[in-house]
Each structure stands twice: as C-alpha cells, then as structure tokens.
Design a protein around this ligand. Structure first.
Ligand code: SAM
Length: 234
C-alpha cells in the first residue's frame, strides 16, 4: 500500500488536477465538494490539497471518499491530521453505497464525483459493471445539482470489455439521456509507448510535482497517461 502510494500518487493526482484547473469548465467552480468512489489512498485529494494555493479563484474544498478496504486507514488518518480541509472516508462497498444514496445526499451536496482507477479494479475482480453504470446514472447523476461533474479517470485501454475505457461510451450515452448533460473525453499522450488517441488530448502530460528524493527509490511515475470521461450536468 505504501509502495502504491509512492509509485502512483504524483501521477494520479496530476491526472485529476489538470482537469480541475486547466482544460475544462471545472475551473469555474467556486467550491469543490468531492465524492470519490473507491478512493484508495486519495491521490485526488492529496493533489488538490497540496496545490490548493494555486487555485484561482480560491475555492472551498471538502472531500468524502468511499472505500471498501480499511487497510488504507493509516494513510487516511495521516491525511486527516495534515489538512485543514474537511476530509473523511466511509468504509463501504461502493455497490452498497450506490444502491441507496438518500442519506448521503441529505447530508452532503457533492458537485464533483471522482471515479479514478476503480472501473479497472472492478473489471479485474469480475464485478457487476453493468449494475455500477446503472446505479451511477440513477442514484448519482440524477441527484447531482446543476453545475456538477462526474470524472472517470482510468487506464487508456479499450480493446475489449475487460478494458475500462471500453465502458466510457456506454456510460456517456446513458448520461446523455438526462436533460442538460454534456459529455467530454480526454486522454494524455503516453511518452513511453504507442498510445491510443481518445478524443481530446491534453496539451501536457508531465506530473505537477517535484519528486521527493526520499521516495525516488520507488521509481514514481513521472507522467500522466489516463483516458478520462467527464460528465457535466448543467
Ligand atoms: C486502483 S485503486 C484506485 C484508488 C484511487 N481511486 C486512486 O486513484 O489511486 C482501486 C480502489 O478501489 C477500491 N475498491 C475495489 N472494489 C471496491 C468496492 N466494491 N467498493 C469500494 N471500493 C472498492 C480498492 O480497495 C482500491 O482502493
């Protein structure tokens, strides 16, 4: 787990950060009230929290992660004691959470839902991805307020049903059945090998942090390479 965090935090947090501040309508938002499904070690929050001072305009930030694996708890506790932003993780199966989001939406008003590297993980364990897509539309997108976003970020692989990106089209089409919804797709250039062109390419793919020498032995990823689906509810 600590290896995972050292190896991927710069990359995964940069992949989300680019979206929030540079290349989309997301940068307009004055508040980032984030719900992160399958949050793991929360690289999405770590990036936003660390680079917060670069946000223009300044935004209020609040984060809730949903995560099945309590082994991440020491990292969550560390994050909690090192941030001044409201941060919490609920230890729950994402399907159970999505099945009934009533009480969550009664007490929280997320305007950004992040699903980063969860779909690939669920596909690896043969989870019911069809159900996930339905619940995501019915119990998340339907309930989100105006001016909110779902961000799906995962490996840029879409050759077969076991690849996360092959589900983006389906999710996008289901989302577009709801009025006032736009869907955008992005990918990062992959500098080490041939990569797949997937709609819009981000102009840059470098990570947005300087690698701490203490963790360079873990050989952290130094560039972004994901494919992203952004669902915008206007
Ligand atoms: C590859 S990690 C990605 C974590 C994080 N989103 C990131 O960007 O680094 C996938 C995470 O999803 C969690 N996960 C897998 N199945 C889950 C489920 N059914 N409910 C909630 N979390 C789940 C795993 O425990 C793991 O932490």
């Amino acid at each position: 787990m600590y290896f995972y965090s050292c190896k991927y935090t710069y990359k995964y947090s940069s992949e989300i950060w680019y979206l929030l501040v540079k290349y989309s309508n997301l940068k307009r938002l004055s508040e980032l009230n984030i719900l992160s499904l399958g949050c793991g070690s929360c690289p999405d929050f770590i990036g936003i929290d660390t680079l917060q001072k670069e946000l223009n305009p300044k935004k209020s930030i609040k984060y809730c992660g949903i995560e099945i694996n309590k082994d991440w708890r020491p990292i969550h506790d560390w994050i909690k004691s090192n941030t001044s932003n409201p941060f919490e993780v609920k230890y729950k199966d994402v399907y159970e959470f999505l099945d009934n989001t009533d009480s969550f939406f009664k007490n929280n008003s997320p305007n950004i839902v992040i699903i980063s590297y969860l779909i690939s993980e669920l596909l690896r364990s043969n989870s019911n991805i069809i159900n996930l897509k339905k619940l995501l539309i019915k119990n998340i997108l339907n309930r989100l307020p105006k001016d909110s976003y779902i961000i799906i970020n995962d490996f840029n692989r879409g050759l077969s049903d076991v690849d996360p990106r092959s589900h983006y089209g389906d999710i996008g089409n289901m989302a577009k059945e709801i009025p006032s919804v736009n869907v955008y797709s992005y990918h990062y250039a992959h500098s080490l090998s041939n990569y797949f062109w997937y709609h819009n390419q981000h102009p840059k793919n470098n990570i947005l942090f300087t690698v701490n020498p203490k963790i360079s032995k873990f050989n952290p990823w130094q560039f972004c390479s994901s494919a992203q689906l952004i669902i915008e509810k206007l």
